[in-house]
Design a protein around this ligand. Sequence first.
Ligand code: PMP
Length: 418
Amino acid sequence: MNLSSPRPIHPSATAPDWERVRADFPLLMREVNGKPLVYFDNANTAQKPLSVIGAVDEFYRRYNANVSRAVHALGTEATDAYEGARTKLARFLNVRSDELVLCSGTTFAINLVAYSWALPRLKAGDVILVSRMEHHANIVPWQLVAQRTGATIRVAEISPDGSLDMDALHAAMTPEVKLLALTHVSNVLGTINPVREICREARKRGIVTVIDGSQAAPHLSVDVTAIGCDFYAITGHKMCGPTGTGALWARRELLQEMPPFIGGGEMIKEVSFDGTVFNDAPHKFEAGTPNIAGFIGLGVAVDYLEELGRNHIEAREQELLAHFTEELQRVEGVRIFGTTPHKAAVVSFLVEGAHSHDLATLLDLQGVAVRSGQHCAHPLLQYYGVAATCRASLAFYNTHEEIESFMAALKKVRALLG
Ligand code: PMP
């Protein structure tokens, strides 16, 4: 196996030409309802560059074969490309590749921790600490564990601006807390949590940390080794890769101690009717045929993001966020959820007197795609006392002109609904 060791992430020097970057995304050229598409639903899923689409296409055209089983040429090529993607992803996150379990996405990754790490360990009296701003993928698996072990869930509250209440969080880290499950970036508020500082505090208290990196890995220069967590979960489709791809990084000692979650082929060394000797981590967690084409595509997506430069992606998105927020604040009757200065380009909002679904539907008629609903974060919306919000989430390939089009469309909608 090809092992990569953690290395510092170096910023790239020159900023890309964003107009040319946009041309890499064929979908962005289409029209919706007779209008040029304005795709502001990137927190839901990101669009794919030609290089990723081409890599998936090439796999099926030229070397489609199963991985790790066939000795023929196609099998070797497929295995090399698949394992190459693991190496690239490990480098991207600054972790060792033999600590990276490839899986279908964050949902699977967190469930793997829940079933393989938490379920055999937790017991009545133990506490699982989560924050108010978690996605359901980082709540429901813990509730399932709690039901089966007798452990309880404790919630770390937020402040009205959408930041974590750090005093409350530290106070909540009592000796009963065995696990802290926290998002790196909120998919509703955009809040970037100080995960490094939080993991340091948790470690001092012997609390195992699970960080949901779904909304962070595509937008920030994530260095998992520097964060110092125990588990880090990502999902490929939000970082310009294909759907059904993702990964769980875990400390080697934890991976070694954990029993497999799913059994089957590929995760074993030897099977007889007397028992099975499992393969080493990470393979013992990867039963069955994986999404080979998807991971090859994800490897190319990682190349693409690194070529652009994650420092440049971050700066570009911050610039778009500042423009978007400034303009949105000027629209009468708008309420923004998540106003911390340290946030990603995710803006949830409501317009006085308008239902968010009506807003999103009328925006769609003008070619603007935003998400409306509860964003898989019911407890967070309950905190704000609203049933749903509209969410605009921007990516580096969006433009200032699109922000202007969005604002014009929103003003029209406001006039219609008002
Ligand atoms: N966590 C967060 C913060 C998310 O935004 C999402 C996707 N909306 C998930 C978890 C779940 O990711 P997936 O559906 O790709 O498993």
